[in-house]
Design a binder for this molecule. Sequence first.
Ligand SMILES: [Fe+2]
Length: 277
Amino acid sequence: MQENFELTGIRMDSDFFRFEERNEFDPELVMDVLQGRRLGVIFRDVIPEDARKESVARFWNSPGLLRRDGEPSYCIGSYHWNKSTDEYLEDSAKTADAVFDVLDVPNSPWNSFRSAMAERLAQNGADIRIAENEGDQACAALIRAWDKEGSFALDPHEDEAQCKDPRQAGFEIQRAADHEICAVNMCVEQGEGGRLVVWNIRPDDDSRRALGIEHTGFSYPADALEGFDVVHLDVRSGDVYVFNGRHVHAVDTCTGNRTNVSFLMGFIDERTVVSWT
Ligand SMILES: [Fe+2]
């Protein structure tokens, strides 16, 4: 980081920069996030207990469970971050069986979310599907359990820069950067702590370049984030939350397992929402 570095970008107004909270799933509020009208929404305790338990059991017993060292966590699935399109899609194909084994539980939160959104999007003549490239599909979800030590379980970052990686030129997810990039998280297991932290800044390319993270968006030093408004969101097992991943965000340190089913999604044109990981 350069000396006297100052993080610049877009700050949203206080009407936008907050989380809506509900006790029932409401696809309309997710539409607001997808269409850039609000920062985020959290639906409390909407994942049935049997689905949570079964997801967690299948996750920890999966032969596909991997240790991710760069960003300490256990995970099943692939992520496009810092990869070529081919690498990502090959990895997605290899991990697909293990991913779908965890997603296909009775009362699957992944299925419930997607079918509710498909129904809502259909009113606009639109659809939601997994992103693809030349017939190969992206990963359906990344299932992760964080266990990093330090002040954050997941360091401050944003999900937009990674959609500008030249190694993924032509991959349809890059068109989502022209709309909103939404992070979807379904919490199936939660220890102590592990709040979601979101800052009111969408960094610009000058800032990314100065930090050497132009195509990764990972990570932003805590010092640079001082002075921006911040939201801390308590997350509990059973919650589903969706937020605008252009804003710098992090996961607070936690003890115990914080296990989430997650994916990113966004409109790539008026009629199409794609998801990826
Ligand atoms: Fe993220």
